[in-house]
Design a protein around this ligand. Sequence first.
Ligand code: GLU
Length: 497
Amino acid sequence: MADMKWIEEQEAKIPHGKVRTRFAPSPTGYMHVGNLRTALYTYLIARHFDGTFILRIEDTDQGRLVEDAVDVIYKTMKECGLDHDEGPDVGGPVAPYVQTERKPFYKKYAEWLVERGHAYYCFCEKTESEENAGEFDRADDPCRSLSAEEAAARIAEGKPYVIRQRIPREGTTTFHDESFGDITVENKTLDDQVLIKRDGLPTYNFANVIDDHMMGITHVVRGSEYLSSAPKYNLLYEGFGWEIPAYVHCSPVMRDQHNKMSKRHGDPSYEDLKAQGFLTDAIVNYVTLLGWSPKGEIAEQEIFTRAELIAAFDIAGISKSPAIFDIEKLKYFNSEYIRAMSPESFAAVAEPYIRQSVKNPAYDAAAIAAILQQRTELLTDIPEKVDFFDTLPEYDSELYVHKKSKTDKPGCLDMLKKMLPVFEAIGDWNDENVLKAMTDMAEAEQCKNAKVMWPVRIALAGKAVTPGGAVEIACILGKAESLRRIAAGIELLEKSV
Ligand code: GLU
């Protein structure tokens, strides 16, 4: 007998009247790009409609549990600014928010569904593979037609059983998805899936419907791999007499035209992208646009603040065609975000990368960050770009030859020899004075500034490409080290001209 008093109490707890969405990850230990996108859309729909955003942990599949995996979910959501209003850590009116803590609920609802005629006790022994394949002939299942008394008698005898969904044999089921429209399937193609297993635990397909209902979810946002289960979900909602939520199934994020992104095949997760030097804000912005496009005046806009995304986000803008993840495009977003940061914020995120190669504390990380900011695509590119500060690399004197600056080795040697005493004479070693020393020299020599600056920069850095020019590098190195490097440049050139 269904526990109607308990069910009524649960039904009374369900919040109504506001949009309620949930992100329902399984703790796998990392956040797929596709999962992150689902989380973002779920969050944005809730925030756009001034609704409630819920985190539910779907851990029924114990085999997939990875230690600390739930922490990865919390950490990612926090970093990405996806603050949930209800969830395991913050509680809420329809707690608990962890599926394994909800175990007792499912059977009670399944028993009620049996009474309503949309599920039945099944005592047949079926192997797991028969079950999963859904290959058995449903019409032959003798338990489907057992009377309630007979089933009760077998249960009383202690016979093990599962509870199956009673799918109508005739007719069709239609469900509506916000992106995919109406989809109709023949009921005969659907199997009487197990709702409650022999051990009394729910199957995922049942738990998920019960949870969404009990939590008052109005919009179910999830990956399109669940599309094929949606008709069965609808029949469950109908069997209970419940309102069906709006479905928003999102097409997969693809690596290329034919393959889904997959961690197993080496595609990056959110954590991997972070480790590769991408900023969270850039990842979030890019991933939001993977499968959603703004309309109207902002159709061409690419960089969005969080507030702009919340205001602009609409379900109609979600595409049903799969999106291709393009790392080059993400790099572009990353450099845009880096450029737009305040110098202080950039210095804070860049410092650990700078210090990977610049160990000398005399070299100011903030000053190095300042020369990097406009030229950095990935944070992980930084150590290699600034390695010359600590140690002047051994370099080829050919670097002094530069067509565009009209420099050759004898000219550079001459210029460095002239600049050395001028630099030595500078009392206050700062940007302004170092620059003036070089521009005054160009004027005196009646040449372009580049003809002075090229050899100085090569002598200071020993590299053709550097973040920052001669002035900035000289100031970061300081007077003594700059003079030493220029003298070393002279020595090198003297040997090779
Ligand atoms: N736990 C499911 C997953 O991680 C989510 C399914 C859903 O959102 O309905 O794929």
